[in-house]
Design a protein around this ligand. Structure first.
Ligand code: GLU
Ligand code: ZN
Length: 290
């Protein structure tokens, strides 16, 4: 059984970059006869924008996406995340950390893929009494590798490329890395098709899957849609919301970005017929990494 998913963060309306990820994960799952789930990743409530989840759901429906089962909201799943963190603590795989960002940069001697590697201070010394603690996963001298269907072979050395990473922040919010791993496993996701901005997160997610005894899905990281200035489309770069009309043209543009073949009359097809064509003719191997 193939299960794909689309997991937008409700930080604003869907833009063309998010449509590309939605279309690719949808066509991939549907062309394999699978299910496609919709999960709203609103775990980081500090970034939550009022009405954004409803707007995303409306836009997806409007563009003709049909998901299986109910929409899942991460904000309602804290108890699952807490239970798993508890297990990791009991197995001494997670530990509390009260270091400030500045203390970490001042004391770190190693540079990883995302900046200073946490030097393990709170593993060797008592944490600051009364200070709010984050929870970190202990990494080891292991290399995690995987074969991405689009980006090819990937690997990171957990201790020197990543370091002990945060799974629950000092403000009490669970990290994306932990939440996504638990949800993908509990929802039975077998195929993850998403933007290449998350490629570097994948080894952390596989590391967690291995600690927790979860299966590892197949991964395909899509090339990013860039604006005229070469920036990734996002709320920060003021990407415009998807249009409410010209649905067929917009979907054709997304499929063209994904290097999919289209019929000559694509623009004059109905939305339903274009979807049917896209799913029947979907070929993930046509997508190149750049
Ligand atoms: N919520 C993440 C985002 O919008 C995507 C998570 C994922 O697909 O794993 O960037
Ligand atoms: Zn610390």
């Amino acid at each position: 059984m193939v299960v794909g998913r689309f997991a937008p963060s409700p930080t604003g309306p869907l833009h063309f970059g998010s449509l590309v990820a939605a279309v690719a994960s949808y066509c991939d799952a549907k062309s394999r006869g699978g299910q496609w789930l919709l999960r709203i990743e609103d775990v980081d409530q500090t970034r939550h924008v009022a009405g954004a989840s409803e707007a995303i759901i409306h836009t997806l429906q409007h563009y003709g996406f049909v998901w299986d089962g109910e929409v899942v909201y991460q904000s309602q799943r804290s108890e699952y995340y807490q239970t798993v963190l508890q297990q990791l603590r009991q197995r001494s795989l997670a530990y509390p950390c009260t270091c400030s960002r500045k203390e970490i940069t001042d004391s770190s001697t190693l540079l990883g893929i995302e900046g200073a590697i946490y030097p393990g201070t709170c593993l060797q010394h008592p944490t600051k009494p009364g200070a709010a603690a984050a929870w970190r996963i202990q990494t080891d001298a292991q290399t995690i590798s995987f074969q991405d269907l689009i980006q090819g072979h990937q690997q990171h050395h957990m201790a020197s490329d990543i370091g002990d990473f945060v799974v629950k922040r000092a403000d009490g919010l669970f990290s994306y890395q932990l939440a996504v791993v638990i949800d993908d496993a509990l929802q039975g996701v077998t195929h993850v098709v998403r933007g290449a901005d998350l490629l570097n997160s994948t080894t952390r997610q596989i590391y967690l899957q291995q600690l927790l005894g979860y299966p590892t899905p197949i991964y395909a990281h899509l090339p990013l849609v860039l604006n005229a200035d070469g920036q990734k489309l996002s709320k920060q770069t003021l990407a415009t919301a998807l249009p409410e009309d010209n649905l067929v043209d917009t979907l054709v543009a997304a499929l063209t970005f994904l290097q999919q073949a289209l019929p000559k009359n694509a623009q004059s097809l109905s939305l339903a017929n274009l979807w049917q064509w896209a799913i029947t003719h979907w070929q993930l191997p046509k997508i190149t990494s750049a």
